[in-house]
Design a protein around this ligand. Structure first.
Ligand code: ADP
Ligand code: ZN
Length: 520
């Protein structure tokens, strides 16, 4: 495949106007289209709302043959179908709720379809593969492509079967799309779907108008009441359970006199619809909700998103806070966390299937790194999404009021040395055992009790290893590999040679039984 010619892009631009009525491409859309039109397989990582659908809908109208789109959510597929048809694109779906299969198959065979949406479980069946070989396919788009990766937050076994279909059509370019993929997941998607590493197109994830604040909970209702006092516009408060949603919405309504409504899956469907509609129409309402709220809601003037507990992951946090300030005006994201949140989340890890454990643990560690960092929140977020941001943004709590930090460079060097000398393939548990001189079976069996780093960390310092390791991961100096082993990366070398310092915010001292005072 060669580069797409300028003529292709000029034609794409005129089709953009003619079919969609848009004047110009947004962000990386043009880069993605250039590759797709040139027949090059691509992984596009673009945040929600960046306009992923256009990157296959437009080629679908230009390329010879049908564009097959694999998409995991039937409801979303039917939304897409409606909007594609409204734009005059010949589109159809093949799902368990469709009854017009025969017509769809005939239309495909006659080459009349621009777009064919299909669910992953259907796409991997032999019958579907046979059907595809009966007419020309111009492009295979895999939506929500992170579902193919066990590292992703939403692994679906059906996605694993797609490779057979893709390989049966070796000359058809592939376009994988996702809004959320950290470095591991991205690499995994590329290899699972057979897309070359240089086929990655990454959109900018920065939302400069959102000011991030992450702070400990002490009095939740009062903290959110204060936030509401400073932000009179619409807001969303995410709470972890239905009971907390109910309680908090009453407390906030009482304390502020502002319109406050609850939203969670336990409410009657009609009540949910009414509350959502009221929120969308309002200029000062606050909705207290579980994460069930927000998908597909179009409200550009949300002024704040608060989390009354930790989100599930950095991906989730980015997506939920991303609902603030879509109009580009200043907006706030405030997370109120408690150490108990992390304790609960870590307990839940014991229920996770073995093959997903490393991924889940890495996700939680990444989140803890964001919560604990004394450095720029935005920088940690953007690095997580593979960007290379400036060290400071001037629009987050840590940039606006730098926290009191302690220099732990010496301890950081010891940790890096231990990771290095044990072959960069062990997790923190093992490294901590080596460093603190606890010669358990594994340490002895590997001969790590003979290393110079054995037992060089003592007393108080041992308790700092875990927060330090997370800080090192947050800045990229330690990177956890696919098996949970910690490898050196980023500025690890500069830390070892003394060119870079490492500072962390000291965790609060444990006081007797107080779980709130525990570590993250
Ligand atoms: P995503 O799937 O990435 O979340 P969508 O494909 O749903 O995003 O697009 C989000 C919105 O942006 C849609 O309303 C779409 O019509 C609009 N959009 C996409 N591309 C453009 C463009 N080039 N110019 C203007 N609006 C666009
Ligand atoms: Zn910042």
């Amino acid at each position: 495949p060669s580069l797409s010619s300028p003529a292709d892009l000029a034609q794409a631009r005129s089709e953009l106007r003619r079919i969609f009525g848009f004047d110009s491409f947004r962000g990386v859309q043009e880069d993605v289209l250039a590759r797709v039109l040139a027949g090059q397989s691509t992984l596009a990582v673009m945040p929600t709302g960046a306009g992923k659908s256009l990157t296959y809908q437009l080629p679908a109208t230009m390329l010879e043959g049908t564009c097959v789109v694999i998409s995991p959510l039937i409801a979303l597929m039917h939304d897409q179908l409606r909007s594609a048809r409204a734009n005059g694109i010949a589109a159809a779906t093949l799902t368990s709720v469709d009854s017009d299969w025969r017509e769809t198959q005939d239309a495909f065979r006659r080459g009349e379809l621009d777009l064919l949406y299909v669910a992953p479980e259907r796409a991997s069946q032999a019958g579907f593969r046979d059907m595809l070989s009966s007419a020309r396919v111009g492009l295979i788009a895999v939506d929500e492509a992170h579902c193919v990766s066990e590292w992703g937050h939403d692994f679906r076994p059906d996605y694993r079967q797609l490779r057979g279909l893709l390989d049966a059509l070796p000359h058809v370019p592939r376009l994988a799309l996702t809004a959320t993929a950290d470095a591991h997941t991205r690499a995994d998607i590329l290899s699972q779907l057979g897309i070359p590493a240089d086929g990655l197109v990454l959109a900018g994830f920065d939302r400069p108008n959102i000011c991030y604040t992450i702070t400990q909970r002490d009095n939740l209702a009062r903290q959110i009441t204060d936030l509401m006092a400073s932000e009179p516009g619409p807001g969303i408060v995410y709470a972890p359970t239905r009971a907390k949603v109910e309680k908090l919405s009453e407390q906030l309504a009482d304390a502020t006199g502002r319109p406050v409504l609850p939203y969670h899956a336990g409410l009657d469907a009609q009540v949910r619809r009414d509350n959502q509609a009221a929120f969308v129409a309002s200029e000062d309402m606050v909705i207290v909700a579980t994460v069930a709220f927000g998908m597909g809601i179009d409200k550009p003037d949300v002024r704040f998103v608060a989390h009354a507990g930790i989100p599930k992951s950095i991906e989730g946090y980015y997506q939920e806070t991303g609902r603030a300030g879509r109009d580009g005006d200043p907006a706030r994201a405030v997370m109120l966390w408690g150490a108990g949140d992390f304790a609960t989340a870590r307990q839940r890890l014991s229920d996770v299937e073995q093959h997903r454990l490393a991924g889940e643990r890495a996700r939680l560690d990444a989140l803890a790194g964001l919560v604990e960092t004394p450095t720029c929140r935005r920088a940690v977020l953007l690095r997580h999404f593979g960007e290379n941001p400036p060290v400071s943004c001037g629009n987050c709590d840590n940039c606006l009021a730098p926290p009191k930090v302690t220099d732990v460079t010496e301890l950081a060097r010891k940790l890096l040395s231990a990771a290095y000398r044990t072959g960069q393939s062990f997790g923190l548990g093992h490294l901590a055992n080596v460093l603190t001189g606890s010669a358990d079976d594994r340490v002895r069996q590997k001969g790590h009790d003979k290393l110079s780093v054995f037992g060089i960390v003592e007393g108080d310092q041992a308790a700092l290893l875990r927060p330090l390791a997370r800080a090192m991961q947050a800045r990229g100096a330690l990177v956890s590999n696919a098996h949970g082993g910690l490898e050196l990366g980023g500025d690890a070398r500069a830390i070892l040679t003394g060119e870079q310092n490492v500072e962390i915010v000291l965790p609060p001292k444990k006081q007797g039984r107080g779980r709130r005072n525990g570590g993250v």
